[in-house]
Design a protein around this ligand. Sequence first.
Ligand SMILES: [Mg+2]
Length: 448
Amino acid sequence: MAAAAQNANAARIRRLSSMDANRQDLIGGPTVLVPPQQLMALNGKGHDTAMTFERAKMHLEEAVTSSEETSPRSSSPCNLPQATPTDRYAFAFDIDGVLIRGGKPIPAAVEAMKMLNGENPYGIKVPYIFVTNGGGKTEEERCIDLSKQLELEVSPGQFICGHTPMREMAERYHTVLVVGGEGEKCREVAEGYGFKDVVTPGDIIKTKQDVTPFRKLTEQEWKNSRNRDFSKTKIEAIFVFADSRDWAGDQQIILDLLMSKDGQLGSRSETFDEGPPVYFSHNDIVWSTSHEHVRIGMGALRASLETLFKAVTGKELKTTAFGKPQLGTFSFATRLLQQWRKEVYGIDKPPKTVYFVGDTPESDIKGTNEFNESEMSDCNWHSILVKTGVYQEGTIPRFPPKKTVENVLEAIRYGMQREFAEVMKEKASNGEVDAEKATEAENAIEED
Ligand SMILES: [Mg+2]
């Protein structure tokens, strides 16, 4: 009966070629992306990990919408592959500067993924997820890109973008303003997340054009934007999903709402503390592009808005940012790993250790370390810094990692050696192996 249930579950997840799939295909339901050459193979590289995380994330979302659901989905393991999968620990990766640079895979990344998927001396498979502040792309688009770049079977369920936690807020807020991104894209993302009534700055400008004296909608924007009666609309929350394309116009509209009574456009609060909350999908002040110097990003807009609010109202504005290094992102990642473990092993606890591999001390390492030390964390988050991204050789990172390595392959080797040593130590203390073996495994861990 369990097998039948598993088959039914498996049948709900589609496998699509990563060469042909587009974002719409992935929004249509649980899907795993497969490099075309692996499409005919049942167990391609990363197959089990991709399938099980897609299912876990789907159920994690369902659990948010139906809180009465408490029983584990499946108390029996899924179809187990040849290499034994472990649930003892997991890896979480930043993408840019760790696996990908300038749109191309970092050479060690392809090998690294093979190692996690069973090509290692221990005969095990290690689960992994990807945690990125993202460049205005959805989990689905990130998934398509990475599947192609690493020739790996992956699912959107393995991806956490800066704005992923906003998905959980679709239940809390009905009418929301969504800011940023190109055209209608962020409205589509927000609706895909389950938000029922999504307003854009374009809708507001189209309805009342003198809202933004210096911003006129383009023909295309005019066509896409929706007229509505804002006297009957209460905007309950503001979400900055991607970088604003028009700081002045967007800030004017956000400021109007912040100064309003209960998010009612046109109204004015006397106390300036009745406006809707503002959420940013991440807080990176600058980001790397093809330009020789870093460019200002969403965190800069956040700083600007807070300063502006203070200048106009004399009051402090408190906004919320997701993404790394915010602890909420790491907490979400922990819950995803916990859900995954519950589905696959029937254990309602996250893996004991999560190795986070990143290239940016200010977001990846800071977030991992702080989360690990916080009360929110009920497992060990272990930070590993790679030298293939923004980190500059010879500099001392402001937020020191637990381990620094050359590249992602070394990061994985280190994590696996460390875990193997732990297992041997436990076995030695139980009398299952000689103490010598445990010492040998301990000594094998590569030192800095
Ligand atoms: Mg990075």
